[in-house]
Design a protein around this ligand. Structure first.
Ligand SMILES: [Zn+2]
Length: 127
Protein backbone atom coordinates (compact mmCIF):
# COMPACT_ATOMS: atom_id res chain seq x y z
CA UNK A 1 0.00 0.00 0.00
CA UNK A 2 1.25 3.45 -0.91
CA UNK A 3 0.42 6.29 1.46
CA UNK A 4 1.04 9.77 0.12
CA UNK A 5 0.07 11.40 3.41
CA UNK A 6 3.09 9.86 5.16
CA UNK A 7 6.22 11.94 5.55
CA UNK A 8 8.11 10.80 3.60
CA UNK A 9 5.53 9.18 1.31
CA UNK A 10 5.85 5.45 1.89
CA UNK A 11 5.06 2.10 0.29
CA UNK A 12 3.97 -0.28 3.05
CA UNK A 13 4.41 -4.02 2.71
CA UNK A 14 2.24 -6.21 4.93
CA UNK A 15 4.11 -8.75 7.01
CA UNK A 16 3.02 -12.32 6.44
CA UNK A 17 1.43 -11.55 3.10
CA UNK A 18 2.80 -12.74 -0.21
CA UNK A 19 4.11 -9.65 -1.93
CA UNK A 20 4.45 -10.32 -5.63
CA UNK A 21 6.39 -8.43 -8.27
CA UNK A 22 3.04 -7.18 -9.61
CA UNK A 23 1.97 -5.89 -6.19
CA UNK A 24 5.26 -3.99 -5.85
CA UNK A 25 4.94 -2.63 -9.38
CA UNK A 26 1.36 -1.55 -8.64
CA UNK A 27 2.34 0.34 -5.48
CA UNK A 28 5.39 1.86 -7.17
CA UNK A 29 3.14 3.23 -9.91
CA UNK A 30 0.99 4.92 -7.26
CA UNK A 31 4.19 6.50 -5.97
CA UNK A 32 5.13 7.56 -9.50
CA UNK A 33 1.67 9.12 -9.94
CA UNK A 34 2.19 10.98 -6.65
CA UNK A 35 5.57 12.32 -7.82
CA UNK A 36 4.27 13.18 -11.27
CA UNK A 37 1.20 15.09 -10.10
CA UNK A 38 2.58 16.49 -6.86
CA UNK A 39 1.36 15.87 -3.34
CA UNK A 40 -1.45 18.44 -3.28
CA UNK A 41 -2.96 17.27 -6.53
CA UNK A 42 -2.54 13.60 -5.66
CA UNK A 43 -4.23 13.96 -2.28
CA UNK A 44 -7.04 16.23 -3.47
CA UNK A 45 -10.51 14.79 -3.02
CA UNK A 46 -9.67 12.81 0.10
CA UNK A 47 -10.39 13.17 3.79
CA UNK A 48 -7.59 15.10 5.40
CA UNK A 49 -6.39 16.36 8.75
CA UNK A 50 -5.68 20.05 9.20
CA UNK A 51 -2.72 21.37 11.19
CA UNK A 52 -5.06 22.09 14.13
CA UNK A 53 -6.07 18.43 14.16
CA UNK A 54 -9.53 18.92 12.65
CA UNK A 55 -10.56 16.35 10.09
CA UNK A 56 -12.05 17.58 6.84
CA UNK A 57 -14.38 15.02 5.33
CA UNK A 58 -15.10 14.97 1.62
CA UNK A 59 -18.17 13.51 -0.11
CA UNK A 60 -17.93 9.77 -0.86
CA UNK A 61 -18.36 10.67 -4.51
CA UNK A 62 -15.14 12.71 -4.50
CA UNK A 63 -13.23 9.87 -2.84
CA UNK A 64 -14.58 7.47 -5.43
CA UNK A 65 -13.45 9.70 -8.30
CA UNK A 66 -10.04 10.12 -6.74
CA UNK A 67 -9.58 6.37 -6.29
CA UNK A 68 -10.85 5.67 -9.79
CA UNK A 69 -8.27 8.02 -11.32
CA UNK A 70 -5.43 6.59 -9.25
CA UNK A 71 -6.27 2.99 -10.04
CA UNK A 72 -6.87 3.72 -13.70
CA UNK A 73 -3.39 5.25 -13.94
CA UNK A 74 -1.85 2.18 -12.32
CA UNK A 75 -3.79 -0.33 -14.45
CA UNK A 76 -2.72 1.47 -17.62
CA UNK A 77 0.92 1.29 -16.47
CA UNK A 78 0.58 -2.43 -15.71
CA UNK A 79 -0.90 -3.14 -19.15
CA UNK A 80 1.75 -0.97 -20.82
CA UNK A 81 4.55 -2.79 -18.99
CA UNK A 82 3.09 -6.17 -19.91
CA UNK A 83 2.83 -5.15 -23.58
CA UNK A 84 6.43 -3.89 -23.56
CA UNK A 85 7.64 -7.21 -22.20
CA UNK A 86 5.70 -9.18 -24.77
CA UNK A 87 7.24 -7.04 -27.47
CA UNK A 88 10.80 -7.19 -26.12
CA UNK A 89 10.99 -10.67 -24.63
CA UNK A 90 8.21 -12.57 -26.36
CA UNK A 91 6.42 -13.12 -23.05
CA UNK A 92 4.76 -10.98 -20.44
CA UNK A 93 6.32 -9.93 -17.14
CA UNK A 94 3.29 -11.34 -15.32
CA UNK A 95 1.04 -14.37 -15.76
CA UNK A 96 -2.23 -13.93 -17.62
CA UNK A 97 -4.15 -14.66 -14.40
CA UNK A 98 -2.36 -11.79 -12.64
CA UNK A 99 -3.24 -9.41 -15.45
CA UNK A 100 -6.82 -10.63 -15.39
CA UNK A 101 -6.95 -10.08 -11.62
CA UNK A 102 -5.63 -6.53 -12.07
CA UNK A 103 -8.30 -5.75 -14.64
CA UNK A 104 -11.05 -7.28 -12.47
CA UNK A 105 -9.82 -5.36 -9.44
CA UNK A 106 -10.07 -2.06 -11.31
CA UNK A 107 -13.48 -2.75 -12.80
CA UNK A 108 -15.13 -4.33 -9.77
CA UNK A 109 -13.71 -2.06 -7.09
CA UNK A 110 -13.67 1.27 -8.95
CA UNK A 111 -15.17 1.43 -12.42
CA UNK A 112 -18.54 -0.21 -11.64
CA UNK A 113 -18.80 1.66 -8.33
CA UNK A 114 -18.47 4.92 -10.25
CA UNK A 115 -21.17 3.84 -12.67
CA UNK A 116 -23.44 2.91 -9.76
CA UNK A 117 -22.89 6.37 -8.27
CA UNK A 118 -23.83 7.91 -11.63
CA UNK A 119 -20.34 9.25 -12.20
CA UNK A 120 -19.64 9.73 -15.88
CA UNK A 121 -16.19 8.15 -16.06
CA UNK A 122 -15.75 9.31 -19.68
CA UNK A 123 -15.48 12.84 -18.26
CA UNK A 124 -12.76 11.89 -15.77
CA UNK A 125 -9.39 12.76 -17.19
CA UNK A 126 -6.16 12.46 -15.27
CA UNK A 127 -3.81 15.35 -15.88
ZN1 LIG B 1 -3.88 0.63 -6.17
Amino acid sequence: MFRGTDIPPTIWIRRGRRTTDLVLFHETMHFEDFLRRGKENYLRGGTRRLKNGRIVEVPKRDELIRSYLREKYVLEKVLEEQANWVEKFGKGRWADEEIEASINYFYNDYYFKCLKANIDVTKLILK
